[in-house]
Design a protein around this ligand. Structure first.
Ligand code: PLP
Length: 457
């Protein structure tokens, strides 16, 4: 860290305390603590205002910085693009916009159209607006309901909270738009059915909801490929095949929310590609440009696209939607370079290899610490669920889960934990290091967690 005189730092801390309304933060805590200000990053390390280094195992806190910090080539790509042309509305084209759409859709066979927006929430809203417009235009106003799954999260707007499977995030913000219907979660560790083929049974529960609601009222099913903040839930074997069958059977559009899993996090470009399914909508955000620019997008099929250009003389027959900053060129310029890095540095292969190593190390921790009830993950997206008692699976109190996070922090390692989410389940430690991680860094992360867990005992 350089160039930060002490009084500048104090002034910055004071300015932050006096004026910034932080995301997802209990400001009451600031009466006792100074805010942490991250001033620099390189690779997988970040430095705070006091020059203290942290190894970041959560890629910017919320699973975002897939290619790591300090990538000058991305900064240069953005800089060069901004000097040429920074902005024009998204109703016209841009060079990086067209190039990135082509490059990304090469990775998503069947999904040939890309719609630019700024955030994961917005990308999801666009997909749902399309579902609603298709319902009005092509299904006589029916097929307007959108199913979502318990424990999944799709964003912070009112519609996204209407589709929020983590009730604590939504509890204070109703009333919500209508027509968002929950289906049961599929976490086998907290099984809701005593059966052998748990994946199929959990998918059948979706069919039960469809039949209850009436198949002609249901337009889409929205699912995370691996549930993120709801507890790092990898759907069990057999789940996705049944889900696809059910969607086909009832003519329901399948929307996969890849905001976290997209761009390599699970070892494939997209999480759904681990399961051989063919979605109708894919939404992505965080890893698209690894946080070097605010860019998100929604991908869909030619079939869906065609529904929005049925009649050139009908003023209502196109997608009457806009996103002002979805036309910024910095986003796709950063995304193109981000994608080049993932390809040239072999980061998908590294994610698979290091994801395997991380899971092995987490399994070892589970052997050692009874407080770990379950470990699960896909690629470099892993979780360890903490319980007070392995037999009853009673979740470990949030205060204790947070003490493990705090202990790792004191050791200079940033780890995550699922936030206040589903029926008191705030008990899963999360690990999602940048896709450049290596074994020694994973060892450092595991050692810090090991020490934190030992203190609990
Ligand atoms: N979908 C999922 C699965 C997410 O985890 C998030 C954010 O964490 C979102 C959507 C919302 O994305 P954003 O915060 O960019 O609106």
């Amino acid at each position: 860290m350089d160039g930060h005189a002490l009084n500048d730092i104090q002034a910055t801390v004071d300015a932050d305390k006096a004026h910034v309304f932080h995301h997802l933060f209990q400001h009451a805590k600031l009466h006792t603590n100074d805010p942490r200000i991250i001033v620099e990053g390189k690779g997988m390390s970040v430095w705070d205002q006091n020059g203290r280094e942290y190894l970041d195992s959560v890629s910017g806190g919320v699973w975002t910085v897939n290619v790591g910090y300090g990538r000058e080539s991305i900064a240069n790509a953005v800089r060069d693009q901004l000097i040429k042309i920074n902005y024009f509305a998204g109703s016209v084209g841009s060079i990086p916009g067209a190039q990135f759409a082509q490059r990304l859709t090469e990775k998503t066979p069947g999904l040939n159209r890309l719609y630019y927006v700024n955030s994961g929430t917005e990308a999801n809203e666009k997909a749902w607006k399309m579902v609603r417009q298709i319902a009005h235009k092509h299904h006589g106003g029916k097929k307007w309901k959108i199913l979502y799954r318990e424990r999944d999260y799709h964003g912070s707007s009112l519609a996204a909270l209407a589709a929020c499977g983590q009730h604590q995030r939504a509890d204070q913000y109703g009333p919500f738009p209508e027509g968002f219907i929950p289906v049961p979660h599929c976490l086998e560790y907290r099984a809701q059915w005593d059966v052998e083929n748990y994946g199929e049974r959990a998918a059948d529960a979706i069919e039960e909801v469809i039949l209850r609601e009436g198949p002609d009222t249901v337009g889409a099913l929205c699912l995370e490929p691996v549930t993120a903040g709801g507890g790092v839930i990898v759907p069990p074997k057999g789940y996705w095949e049944r889900v696809q069958e059910i969607c086909k059977k009832y003519d329901i559009l399948l929307h996969i929310d890849e905001v976290v899993c997209g761009m390599g996090r699970t070892g494939e470009w997209f999480g759904y590609q681990n399961y051989g399914i063919t979605p109708d909508f894919v939404t992505c955000a965080k890893g698209v440009a690894s946080g070097y620019a605010a860019i998100a997008c929604m991908l869909t099929t030619d079939e869906v696209f065609e529904k929005f250009r049925t009649d050139p003389d009908d003023e209502m027959s196109y997608f009457r939607d806009i996103s002002t900053f979805g036309g910024c060129t910095a986003g796709p310029a950063a995304a193109l370079e981000n994608m080049r890095i993932i390809e040239d540095e072999g980061l998908l292969a590294n994610t698979k290899a290091m994801g395997g190593y991380l899971m092995t190390r987490l399994e070892e921790l589970k052997e050692k610490h009874k407080v770990i009830g379950d470990v699960r993950g896909k690629g470099l997206f892993c979780g360890a669920e903490l319980v007070a008692d392995r037999a009853t699976k009673e979740p470990l109190a949030e205060k204790l889960v947070q003490s493990v996070v705090a202990s790792a922090d004191a050791d200079g390692v940033l780890i995550g934990a699922t936030s206040r989410s589903f029926k008191g389940m705030n008990n899963t430690l999360c690990f999602s290091p940048a896709l450049i991680v290596d074994e020694p860094k994973i060892d450092r992360i595991i050692d810090a967690v090991d020490r934190g867990l030992a203190k609990l005992a």
